[in-house]
Write a protein that binds this ligand. Structure first.
Ligand SMILES: Nc1ncnc2c1ncn2[C@@H]1O[C@H](COP(=O)(O)OP(=O)(O)OP(=O)(O)O)[C@@H](O)[C@H]1O
Ligand SMILES: [Mg+2]
Length: 318
């Protein structure tokens, strides 16, 4: 057991994961509220601490890197301060970045203002990247594919994956597995992917709701088949996750003991599956390990990552 875990961690470090998608910066302004503004009936926050965290596809990449895989990230940011902040954060977390800085857009930022432990306001900055920039990204993608074992396409619906169908086809032609975290109602763009990982709400948006497990099974299988997917993984929060493949269904119940913060659990799931596939595990084993990773990450505050010592504790004792 211990020996096989050791081999696993060596294999993980050899694995190469390419993440492509919409990156964003999660920015927090923390401060004290001591008075109400004379200008409008709103609180005044005196900001004393700012925290930046990689979000969206950047959080997926950070999760893959934390597990030990060689991780690169291809995306578009604005030519601005949040874009540079993202770059810096990712470098610190050992993600190799190909971030195109597009002067015509602003980096997607979700700014939360927090006073008295309470979120008072969220302000979003975002613009859809231009077609020229996305086209030049496609060239980069083809170059990066040559050194990738697994590709993750992390769709946050911000327009960074305009060429997703092409990207899936290019990877599949090389026999590289493609995992997609979907968004929106049009899943035809994901045709031919190896695995698509909707959560319950995302699945509901394309198949309509279900009232029984049997109904869910048939909706999931019909979608998988219609899109020609190798597999469909429905992540079901406290219900765990269910993997659908041709003629088979595997349900893995959630195992979290303490749940503090579920945001970003889906990012951890797709990153872990990619890392495990890149390390040579099969899909079923990758999903079981990802479920364990998710149960660990929901016990941490903020969008967090999981380290190999937590996932394979036998090693830590050696
Ligand atoms: N409340 C919970 N209790 C136990 N496990 C959970 C809970 N929420 C999430 N998990 C674990 O995390 C996995 C992914 O969660 P979920 O289905 O909520 O993904 P998601 O909605 O894509 O998350 P996010 O978009 O916030 O990253 C679940 O399959 C489960 O293993
Ligand atoms: Mg998600």
């Amino acid at each position: 057991m211990i020996k096989s875990e050791k081999i696993k961690s060596a294999a993980i470090r050899r694995g190469r994961v390419l993440v492509v998608g919409d990156v964003m910066l999660d920015r927090y302004w923390f401060g004290d509220v001591s008075r109400i503004s004379p200008e409008a009936p709103v609180p005044i926050v005196k900001v004393d601490r700012i925290e930046d965290r990689p979000g969206g596809a950047a959080n997926v990449a950070r999760n893959a890197a934390a597990l030990g895989a060689k991780t690169s990230l291809l995306s578009v940011v604005g030519r601005d301060e949040p874009g540079r902040s993202l770059q810096q954060l990712l470098r610190r977390e050992k993600v190799a970045t190909s971030l195109h800085a597009d002067a015509t857009i602003s980096t997607t930022v979700k700014l939360r203002v927090i006073g008295r432990q309470q979120q008072l306001l969220r302000a979003d900055f975002e613009t859809v990247p231009s077609h020229e920039v996305l086209a030049s990204k496609l060239k980069d993608y083809q170059r990066l594919l040559k050194t990738a074992d697994v590709v993750i396409l992390s769709d946050y619906g911000k327009g960074g994956l305009a060429h997703i169908a092409k990207m899936i086809a290019l990877a599949r032609k090389r026999g590289i597995p493609v995992l997609v975290d979907p968004k929106g109602e049009d899943y035809s763009r994901y045709r031919g992917a190896t695995l698509v990982t909707p959560n319950r709400a995302e699945l509901r948006a394309v198949t309509g709701s279900w009232t029984s497990e049997t109904m869910l099974n048939s909706k999931a299988q019909a979608l998988r088949q219609r899109l020609g997917l190798g597999a469909l993984l429905v992540t079901r929060s406290e219900e765990g996750m269910t993997l659908y493949r041709r003629g088979s269904r595997l349900h893995v119940p959630a195992q979290a003991r303490e749940v503090y913060d579920v945001s970003g659990a889906g990012d951890t799931v797709i990153a872990t599956i990619a890392v495990m596939l890149a390390a040579g595990e099969d899909m079923e084993s990758a999903v079981r390990i990802a479920n364990r990773a998710a149960s660990i990450v929901v016990g941490k505050f903020g969008t967090a990552v999981v380290y190999p010592e937590e996932l394979f504790p036998a090693q830590a004792k050696e």
